[in-house]
Structure formats: C-alpha cells, structure tokens
Design a protein around this ligand. Structure first.
Ligand code: C5P
Length: 240
C-alpha cells in the first residue's frame, strides 16, 4: 500500500553506501521513509544523505547529537542543509542543548522535524541506576519526553511499549517514533521490548522504524507491503 505520508521508516543499517543504495533503489519513497544511522553515516557520509533525499526519500538522520549546546546547534543546522526530513538529539544533553537545537532550526525554510531519544531501549533499570538516573525506565522516559516537549521539540524516539503512556501525557500532536517493531512472524534478533506494527499504531505511534524485518527479508518489498497493510488496517480500526 502506498501512502502520501508513509509511516514506516526503513533503517538502512548497512556498512556501505553501495549496499544501502542497492536496497533503496528497489524501494518507493511513497511507501516508506529511510533512516541513516551511525553505522552507515560513518561509512558513507553526508553525500549519501543528499543522494537519498535527492531520490525523493524522507530521510531520518539518526545521529543522536549529544554535546555542548553550540556544537549541537551547528550540527543540527548542518543536518538540515543535507535535506534530512527528521533529525534527533539525545534528551540527556539537557534543556539548554535541546533549546539551542530548536533555535538553530527555527529560521530555516524547510526545517527537518526535531526529535529526541529519551532512554535507549537497550537500557534497563540496572543500567539507569549505574549512571545515576533515578526512577524506573518509564519514569525517566516520561520526564525526558516532557522536557523535550517543553524545549519545543517535535517529538521523541521511544519504545512502542511506552507509546500509550507518552501519547496520553504529551498530547495528540507530539510525534512518537518507535523502533523495536516486529511483525508476528519475524525474529526478535537482539531487540527485547518489541511490538507488532498494529500494536504500535494502536498505542499511538506516528512513525515505525523497521530494520531487519525488511532489510534482511527474502523479499524486502513484500515484507514492507505486508507491514504497510497491517498499519493501514490498525489505523482504520483506531479511527472507528
Ligand atoms: O533491525 P531493527 O528493526 O531492530 O532496527 C531498529 C533500528 O532502530 C536500528 O537502526 C537501531 O539502531 C534503531 N534504534 C533502536 N532503538 C532505539 C533507537 C534506535 O533499535 N532506542
């Protein structure tokens, strides 16, 4: 199913531009967006982001900026110049850093959506205690999402298991971007806190980051088509 505002963001987790472009060349920008993360960006650099954007893809540049405010502001402006559709920072960089990121994009004519990572989904309660973060992972996620919202960010990247809580707490227009998506028949790989595409949509996720269930599928286009169909059916049920 093609959509004008595709909700699947295919994570192009490849080690080279050639591998990423081989898959992207088979995908339709009307059916999905794509995500360039640290692995691919480190290998292929800004030229690949420009190339994907030039081919019509909405590109989520997932570099999770976390540095002093001036540096993050300059990095966000640079990412915007590459034509990214969405960029992100790490909420643990704090209020001044997120406000500087917001400010850096404010004057741009076609600014990307600006989101924040709250707590990495790989971290559990023990990991948070190790780094001195108080409360349960859910409490930390909610606290950081509210801070990101107060700083004017457009949304957060979160686990689909936290989507319902954040949707209730942060309102209808705050973007929720959820990795950890696994269709019923797909392997979990190294992901722990997973949800199906239908469950993520029912709980209020706006955009679903999907990597291996598409990129490593025997037929990536069929896998993406099935996920888009599942999302469309769940969105219809939610509207009723
Ligand atoms: O292959 P898979 O669907 O597990 O890929 C998920 C993608 O989402 C990867 O690119 C991973 O880096 C990213 N991600 C994640 N958990 C987060 C943030 C990003 O899995 N909390």
């Amino acid at each position: 199913m093609a959509a004008a505002d595709p909700r699947v963001i295919v994570a192009l987790d490849f080690a080279s531009a050639a591998d990423a472009l081989a898959l992207a060349g088979r995908l339709d920008p009307k059916s999905c967006r794509v995500k360039v993360g640290k692995e691919l960006y480190t290998a292929a650099g800004p030229a690949l982001v420009e190339k994907l954007a030039g081919a019509g893809f909405g590109v989520f540049l997932d570099l999770k900026f976390h540095d002093i405010p001036r540096t993050v502001a300059a990095a966000c402006a640079g990412a915007a110049r590459l034509g990214a559709w969405m960029i992100n920072v790490h909420a643990l960089g704090g209020r001044a850093m997120m406000a500087a990121a917001r400010e850096a994009l404010a004057a741009l004519p076609r600014a990307p959506r600006l989101t924040a990572v709250t707590v990495l989904t790989s971290m559990g309660a023990g990991d948070l205690a190790d780094v001195g973060i108080a409360g349960t992972p859910e409490e930390a996620v909610l606290r950081l999402a509210r801070l990101a919202q107060a700083c004017g960010l457009d949304g957060v990247v979160c686990s689909p298991r936290e989507a319902a809580l954040l949707r209730r707490s942060c309102g209808a227009s705050f973007l929720l971007v959820t990795p950890g998506i696994r269709p019923a028949a797909a392997a979990r790989d190294d992901q722990n806190r997973v949800a199906s595409p239908a469950a993520a949509v029912a709980d209020g996720a706006d955009y679903l980051v999907v990597g291996r269930p598409v990129t490593r599928a025997a037929d990536p286009l069929a896998a993406l088509g099935a996920i888009n169909d599942e999302i469309a059916a769940a969105a219809n049920r939610a509207r009723r």
